[in-house]
Each structure stands twice: as structure tokens, then as C-alpha cells.
Design a protein. Structure first.
Length: 374
């Protein structure tokens, strides 16, 4: 019972955002007895990603949550000329565990850790699983960024630059000291276990300091808006995001990078060429609850980096009734943290938002599958 409770806490992630049907639990997928069920659902080491994806697609056993990162999966299926179909995946990994899914979506810093590790809430598969990385497949989309409205940025350029500067110092410290960063987040009220929090912190650091091609990102360049990765995300968003409003759909097709991001504030922040903040009391809304996914902001708050640049910052957890894009748009908060594709959709709908820093430099989405054992 304790493991089930910890799994629910650790992966509760978007449950308040969207309701999905939960796959019923069955027998554990860790059975290595050589049964026909395991042979049908598992793969030999060295099997190509293409063959794994095609087999899982044919069986109708590819899962995703459908909360915004399904666009990467759809692009992957298109790459291999497969139907754009997937199973609605619950916010735990039970359907992977019981073999209802052959390929399950997993964020490297969250669900994948629970699949591999045997701490409370983990499934303990260790190295008996393999993964398909969206970055390696060329269909990755950028995730967590910092954004505000264009109007706010134009009115408060020093505030925006100061917030970016202090936040990036927080991210730099967090990436260099992930265990301490995990403890800081835990002390700010995270419901994730300390063990999983440390795992998350180490994996998040990789997403912040490594680009889509696997190259290291200098600590001096944290938050950079790398052109190729941003353009790839925008191109995939245009292809796979479907908007009901015809005017928004038409606008989506015409968006350019300059419509949805502004690099000048990040440049001012990194060169520290900004003056006193115009607005000193600001609030940032996260995409979800306190966890190491957002460790840079909590470190900046805890270490006094925001105070150092003249800001009094309040961090508001996400996951409530109002999304981070809506909260920024209506002025409830000044800054938000969201996936780039969410900002693109919001701007297509006329919200007038702009990205001012790209924190994650690569996608954290992978597809996990089981390996046959000798």
C-alpha cells in the first residue's frame, strides 16, 4: 500500500489538468519465466528503435498522457509511417508494469526513475528496460522556459532581466549541487520523496546543461534560446497542434520565432547590463507542484539571489484551476514556467506572451520498454 501511495504522490503530475481512464492493473511485468506474454511484449537487447516502435504500434500498446508532449510522439510515429494513434496513459506506470503497454511515455527525471529504481514508489526494473530518446530520434520539442507578456516586458525590462539573471544563478548552483538543490526543494514543501527528489535533480541538471544534439551547454549560457532547437519545436507545433478556433489555427501557421520569443532580455541578464527593477515585487507560477523540475527558482529564492538584484519573488505552484499561461495573460502573476509548445498555442490564441529564457535545452521525454532476459 505504501508503494502505491508513493507512486501516486510522485507521478500525480498533471492529474488536475486532465482526466484519463486508468488501465486496470494485472500481473507484474517482471516475470522472466519465458511465457508467451513476455515474449510478445519484451524486446531483445540491440533491437532497433524502428522495429520496437512498429511492433508496439501494431499491437496498439504505445502510451502517452496527451497533455502536450504527445506532439513528439506523433512526430515519431509519422517518421516511421505509422498511424498517429496511442493509448491514453494514466499518471502512474502500472500499465507498463502489467504489460498493458509495450512502449510507455516517461520523463527522464520522473517516471523513468520510478520504473528503474527500487526506493519507495519505484518499480525496481533497473537495467532490464530500454528507452527511445526523442532527442536522438530528431523529434524533440523544448520544455520548461520562462515567459511573461510582451506588454509586461516592454514596461519592465530591468525587472525581466533581473529575474532571468537571478534565476539562472539559481539554476547554475542547482546543476552544480543537485543533492543540495533537491533538499532545498523538499524543504519548500515538495510531496516527492527525498530519494526520488535527488534522482530528479540529477536528471533535470542534464536537461539544463545538455542540448538536443548531446553537446554540453556552458554554465554561462544557461537559459539560451538556441535557434535550431526552437525552430524545430515551432515547426513540429505547427504540424501537430490542432486548435478548434479557426482564427487561432490560421495564426499558428504564420507564427515565427520572433513572434514568440525575445532574446534581448536574456542577453541583458547574462551581460548584467540592466538597471534597477521597475517592479520589485513579482510572482512566478510554475507548471506544477514544488519538485526538482523547478529547482533553480527555489535555489535562487533560498540563496538570496533574487534579493541581490532587488527583487522580492513569490513562487506559486502550478496545477490549479488556472494554467500558467492564463495566469500570466490575465495579470495574476508576472512570470510563468511552461513548455514552449504551450506558449506557442497561447500566442496563436492571441495572449501576447513572449519567451525570455529557455531553461531546458533538450526534451526529457523517452519511451520505455522491457528487455528480454537470458
Amino acid at each position: 500500500m505504501m508503494k502505491k501511495q508513493m507512486r501516486a504522490i510522485s507521478i500525480f503530475c498533471a492529474a488536475v489538468l486532465m482526466t484519463v481512464s486508468v488501465t486496470a492493473c494485472g500481473s507484474s511485468g517482471k516475470d522472466s519465466s519465458g511465457s508467451s506474454a513476455s515474449k510478445e511484449n519484451y524486446f531483445d537487447p540491440g533491437t532497433s528503435s524502428e522495429n520496437i516502435i512498429k511492433a508496439a504500434s501494431e499491437a496498439g500498446k504505445i502510451g502517452n498522457w496527451g497533455i502536450g508532449n504527445e506532439y513528439e510522439l506523433l512526430a515519431l510515429l509519422t517518421k516511421y509511417d505509422l498511424p498517429n494513434e496511442f493509448v491514453s496513459q494514466a499518471f502512474d506506470m502500472d500499465s507498463f508494469d502489467d504489460d498493458s503497454l509495450m512502449l510507455a511515455s516517461a520523463m527522464t527525471y520522473n517516471e523513468l526513475g520510478l520504473v528503474k529504481n527500487d526506493y519507495d514508489g519505484g518499480y525496481g526494473y533497473g537495467d532490464t528496460v530500454g528507452t527511445i530518446d526523442m532527442n536522438d530520434e530528431g523529434v524533440a520539442m523544448l520544455e520548461d522556459n520562462i515567459f511573461c507578456t510582451k506588454a509586461f516586458a516592454e514596461k519592465n525590462p530591468n525587472t525581466v532581466a533581473a529575474f532571468i539573471s537571478a534565476s539562472m544563478k539559481g539554476w547554475e548552483y542547482a546543476c552544480e549541487n543537485p543533492d543540495e538543490a533537491a533538499e532545498i526543494v523538499f524543504n519548500y514543501g515538495s510531496s516527492v520523496s527525498p530519494e526520488h527528489q535527488k534522482y530528479m535533480a540529477s536528471e533535470v541538471a542534464k536537461l539544463v546543461t545538455t542540448d538536443m544534439s548531446g553537446n554540453a551547454v556552458s554554465l554561462d549560457d544557461l537559459g539560451q534560446m538556441e535557434e535550431t532547437a526552437m525552430q524545430q519545436t515551432l515547426d513540429l507545433a505547427k504540424q501537430y497542434i490542432k486548435l478548434d478556433d479557426s482564427a487561432a489555427a490560421e495564426k499558428l501557421g504564420t507564427l515565427t520565432l520572433d513572434d514568440v520569443r525575445d532574446t534581448s532580455y536574456w542577453e541583458a541578464a547574462t551581460s548584467e547590463s540592466f538597471g534597477a527593477p521597475e517592479k520589485t515585487d513579482v510572482t512566478v507560477q510554475l507548471k506544477w507542484l514544488p519538485q526538482a523540475q523547478f529547482m533553480g527558482y527555489y535555489v535562487a529564492l533560498d540563496k538570496g539571489y533574487y534579493n541581490d538584484v532587488g527583487l522580492n519573488v513569490t513562487i506559486t505552484p502550478g496545477g490549479g484551476d488556472i494554467s500558467e499561461t492564463t495566469a500570466v495573460y490575465n495579470g495574476t502573476v508576472d512570470f510563468g514556467v511552461t513548455w514552449f509548445c504551450n506558449l506557442i498555442s497561447a500566442d496563436a490564441a492571441g495572449m501576447g506572451l513572449t519567451e525570455v529564457a529557455q531553461v531546458y535545452q533538450r526534451s526529457g521525454l523517452e519511451l520505455v520498454y522491457k528487455l528480454n532476459q537470458d
